[in-house]
Design a protein around this ligand. Structure first.
Ligand code: GLN
Length: 234
């Protein structure tokens, strides 16, 4: 059984653990650096990335008082850097990105590893949250976007797996295309629609702007566990 560490500072921790158990994996909640060692894969849940970074600062503060020192984010960075497969949803995508822009992004601690720039709260505030069926997967539950980020720029090895096309007014329902690399926007398109990437994979790192852990769609976790099993075989 693969052992998956789930970052448990805040957010949809239980939901990820449930999906992983259903797919036959064992899990460990991760709050301190000692818990990172020995896991076969890492999940970065959705929630609020700035809150997770703040909890992390509280941990440093609390552990400094106990004169232990802290190294949770460095330990996560090292694990991901060493090739431990990682999957981040929403806020987890933000934590896994090398670069983050958008509301309150400045100075936020990131784990990094995914060669891309994400924009926090790209689709707007809580009220602009939405659900969309992923095109090409009629049987799958709709993708759930909650104050979701989008991937604005990708490095050459960061592959787009799904994209959303939305009008700049954001009144029109966005349109999702799954598993198709983002097409270049044609110059002079009158609709003013813009296509952004909402799911990406770069080698051992997978990330989605949306939350499959809140739906019955376990395909993304299954893809992640395949990545974990592949690495275990090596
Ligand atoms: N907007 C949140 C953030 O910036 C992410 C929201 C989510 O994970 N549902 O971290």
């Amino acid at each position: 059984k693969p052992l998956i560490g789930v970052l448990a500072l805040q957010g949809s921790v239980e939901e990820h653990i449930d999906v992983l158990h259903k797919l036959g994996a064992a899990t460990r909640e991760i709050r301190v650096k000692e818990e990172v060692a020995g896991v076969d894969g890492l999940i970065f849940p959705g929630g609020e990335s700035t809150a997770m970074a703040t909890f992390h600062h509280w941990l440093i503060y609390a552990q400094a008082i106990m004169t232990e020192g802290d190294g949770l984010f460095p330990a996560l960075r090292e694990a991901v850097g060493n090739g431990v497969p990682a999957y981040g949803t929403c806020a987890g995508l933000i934590l896994l990105a090398d670069d983050c822009v958008g509301q309150k992004a400045g100075g936020q601690a990131l784990v990094g590893g995914l060669d891309c720039t994400v924009c926090r709260n790209y689709f707007g505030a809580q009220v602009s949250s939405f659900e969309l069926p992923l095109e090409g997967f009629p049987d799958a539950a709709p993708a759930v976007f909650i104050r979701a980020p989008a991937i604005l720029k990708r490095g050459p090895t960061c592959e787009a797996l799904a994209s959303v096309t939305s009008a700049p007014s954001r009144d029109a329902a966005p349109h999702v295309e799954a598993f198709e690399p983002a097409k270049k926007k044609r110059k002079g398109s009158s609709s003013g629609e813009r296509e952004v990437c909402v799911a990406a994979r770069q080698g051992h790192i997978l990330a989605t702007s949306f939350h499959p852990e809140l739906t019955s769609d376990s395909r993304w976790h299954a893809m992640f566990l395949d990545m974990v099993r592949e690495r275990k075989k090596e």
